[in-house]
Design a protein around this ligand. Structure first.
Ligand code: SF4
Length: 98
């Protein structure tokens, strides 16, 4: 028996009207380029701070025989541990919060 294929509607495809590159030129502080992570990673400063703080938590400090997903997570945090950019942003965020 063949299944009847349901149509998904005829709505037009979503096409964003925002020119991302132009927006980023007008808001250069919105994203930072990480020099240590692979793939020319661009992330928000707040995300960078979170990564730096997480990398310096004791529970992520040791890398051993863990389940693979934990191993990958810890390995991704290794460059953030001693990163000066992350440390500077974390310091700035702490000063703003105080
Ligand atoms: S802490 Fe450093 S290595 Fe980690 S995401 Fe931020 S800039 Fe990149």
């Amino acid at each position: 028996m063949r299944r009847i294929r349901k149509t998904r509607g005829k709505a037009p495809h979503f096409v964003p009207t925002l020119d991302v590159e132009a927006w980023l030129q007008r808001h250069p502080e919105a994203l930072i380029a990480c020099p240590h992570q692979p793939g020319n990673l661009k992330l928000m400063p707040a995300s960078c701070v979170k990564r730096h703080l997480a990398a310096n938590e004791a529970r992520w400090a040791t890398i051993g025989a863990e389940p693979f997903h934990l191993f990958v997570f810890k390995m991704n945090l290794v460059p953030c541990r001693d990163c000066k950019i992350g440390a500077r942003l974390a310091r700035q965020q702490k000063e703003i919060a105080a």
